[in-house]
Design a protein around this ligand. Sequence first.
Ligand SMILES: CC(C)(COP(=O)(O)OP(=O)(O)OC[C@H]1O[C@@H](n2cnc3c(N)ncnc32)[C@H](O)[C@@H]1OP(=O)(O)O)[C@@H](O)C(=O)NCCC(=O)NCCS
Length: 223
Amino acid sequence: MSTEQERPVQESGVVVVPASPADLTEAAALLAAAFEHEPQVGALLQHRAPLRRRAEHLYRALLGAGPLRRGTVDAARDRSDGRLLGVALWVEPRRGGTLLESARAAAGLVRGLPDHLRAFRGVDPRHPLGVLGAFERARPRVPHWYLEAVGVAPAGQGRGVGGALLRHRLALADAAGEPAYLESSSPRTGALYRRLGFVPLGPVRAFADGSGPVGMWRPVTPP
Ligand SMILES: CC(C)(COP(=O)(O)OP(=O)(O)OC[C@H]1O[C@@H](n2cnc3c(N)ncnc32)[C@H](O)[C@@H]1OP(=O)(O)O)[C@@H](O)C(=O)NCCC(=O)NCCS
């Protein structure tokens, strides 16, 4: 898969390439900006101020825990000037219970801890643990690519960047015969994901009031 990852995908002025650890700050800032008005990230952070700054720490923790080092973060850049337009944070399929996976998870927790603490300062830890636990329980047990976050810079939304970003990783998954899973936070994003081959599995009741995203599954799709 690494050979495929190094081959950039070009589409309508956008080039999709793997992000590197050097992109951490820019990628986290972009995701925080993209999600600034997305209600479920706000709910996860209990709408605590400064929300955008806290979201940046949250994404720093998630990106820096391992995905950037392992090449599973895709960056959409403007083909003409290299500007970062969008980021997709994927987690590779878990085979389950291997020593390497356990070691990675532990290392990721330690690496991400300072940013997690900043993101959730003053929040009862039972809240994020409950929400993330519900997300985790809803995930299918079959190994799959997991889309942890996708965001496009607010000024560039609705121009095909998000679709190009997602199609890039899904093409790699198709080539490897692997399924994919994500949580869709609104009917509008759900429509995009359906067009990419995802089907709804059902609601993930992650929040205390019973609300939450919809889990969506994309079966193995022959290339
Ligand atoms: C969702 C998102 C990644 C899609 O990327 P994009 O480049 O805007 O999308 P594309 O141009 O490739 O595709 C357009 C489709 O994406 C969805 N979409 C576009 N803008 C959106 C927005 N602001 N919020 C939610 N969905 C959006 C719609 O289905 C749209 O189709 P439509 O115009 O027929 O309604 C991007 O809009 C975004 O970052 N939104 C805010 C963060 C977010 O909601 N992330 C996903 C959480 S599940």
